[in-house]
Design a protein around this ligand. Structure first.
Ligand code: CA
Length: 418
């Protein structure tokens, strides 16, 4: 219990977020490359060859790409442990959306104005969303020249597969996809570069998704996300479209809710017409009317009743699909607005919130089980299921059922189950 040997999803560690942070505090870097088993790296490469060839990699391409390859000793096995303390969403946003990130982003988009406009028009994707992803992933390309961060990904991915971390299947798929990209060209294995996890180019797309969505943006007949911003933007725009991005639709709206609003309506499984919430007194935060009351949305209050609240559209879910994390999706959404000139969210974050530590989080889940409100694991991971269970507990006591689990939740549940 508690610590599981899995690699964190890439979304929680965008490349830029890693710069200056080192490895995030939730991660403990342990082994230096050596896997638990005794298999040597050359033996591993030899054994993997059949799998790659079966997946369509030309044996000659495999041999050329892996000849003389050694594991990258700087790629540590990242063992994700359950964080003792919760990182609040506002800390995540604060780190990624700084005044400098906004002003340098406006300048970078302005310097590529025609390209952003053309890409937005070609794919029906908000160019500022692409600009925001660019900023969050690579600081508008600034880190792409850093050889400590950007290296040949065939070697990186071979090292990761060799290490057999928790994401082995995804790593194998990306390793094979990287070989497919080499096979396809224009870049050979020495020149196909990306992050330690294999994500490529200005907007950091992993090889499997480059294979699936790679698009030539500058018309030279090749797809090169590292050296062509046009290709990177086109590929990510195509990726968003393939995920179901709806042209011309906002990611969502910050809203104000009336007193007594039923937070149990915060259910993203069911998107409801915007009018459903408007009828219940939900208004845009600055008082503008909603343009389209039939737009399907869901209600989301990531920091509970004391923080900003949103009505989110399907395009927010597309951003989450692009990189599976609410913190990431909200960062992209908000940075896109900031790049357009909008200010911070109107409602502030409840920065004085005290959060339960790991043992208290487990106690919360155990108490919810005792109250027959929760049937999941007691692992201290407070996901949407635990939040929904806690919201029911709040509702049963006549409290605002926002499901936002704070230290107070621990105290109340402890008292209620003693
Ligand atoms: Ca190209």
């Amino acid at each position: 219990m508690g610590s599981v040997l899995v690699r964190p999803p890439r979304d929680t560690l965008p490349l830029v977020g890693r710069v200056g942070e080192g490895v995030a505090a939730v991660l403990v870097a342990l082994l230096l490359g050596a896997p638990a088993q005794a298999e040597s790296f050359p033996d591993f490469l030899h054994a993997f060859r059949a799998k790659a060839v079966a997946a369509g990699i030309d044996p000659g391409v495999y041999d050329l790409s892996t000849a003389g390859l050694t594991p990258d000793p700087t790629i540590k096995t990242l063992v994700e442990t359950q964080p003792e303390f919760t990182t609040p969403i506002w800390d995540y946003l604060d780190k990624r959306i700084t005044d400098r990130r906004v002003s340098s982003g406006r300048a970078a988009i302005e310097a590529n104005r025609a390209l952003f406009a053309a890409t937005g028009k070609r794919f029906g994707v908000d160019p500022y969303v692409l600009g925001a992803i660019w900023g969050i992933e690579t600081d508008y390309g600034a880190v792409l020249d850093n050889p400590k961060l950007i290296k040949p990904i065939v070697r990186s991915l071979a090292t990761l597969v060799y290490q057999k971390r928790g994401r082995l299947k995804a790593d194998e798929a990306d390793f094979i996809a990287a070989l497919q990209l080499v096979q396809r060209g224009p870049l050979d294995a020495r020149h196909l570069v990306g992050s330690w996890a294999g994500a490529i180019g200005h907007l950091q797309v992993n090889p499997s998704n480059v294979v699936a969505h790679g698009t030539d943006g500058d018309g030279d007949g090749k797809v090169d996300l590292q050296n062509s911003l046009a290709d990177a933007l086109a590929t990510s725009a195509k990726f968003l479209v393939d995920l179901g991005y709806a042209p011309g639709v906002d990611w969502g709206f910050e809203v104000a809710v009336p007193k007594g609003f039923d937070y149990l309506l915060a259910d993203r499984e069911t998107l409801r017409p915007l009018g459903f919430f408007a009828e219940r007194g939900v208004k845009r935060i600055k008082g503008q009317p909603f343009a389209d009351l039939s737009l399907p949305v869901f209600f989301y209050a990531p920091a509970g009743a004391r923080g900003p609240a949103f009505l989110m559209t399907g395009n927010y879910l597309v951003l989450k699909g692009y990189n599976f994390s609410d913190s990431y999706a909200l960062s992209v959404a908000h940075l896109a607005d900031r790049l357009k000139g909008a200010g911070d969210f109107v409602t502030g974050w409840p920065r004085d919130t005290k959060f339960p530590d790991l043992s208290q989080r487990k106690a919360i889940q155990a108490a919810l089980i005792r109250l027959k409100l929760y049937a999941g694991a007691v692992d201290g991971r407070l996901g949407p299921v635990t939040a929904a269970a806690y919201a029911k507990f709040q509702a049963s006591r006549g409290e605002v059922a926002d499901g936002f689990i704070t230290l107070q939740a621990y105290e109340e549940l402890t008292a209620a189950t003693q």
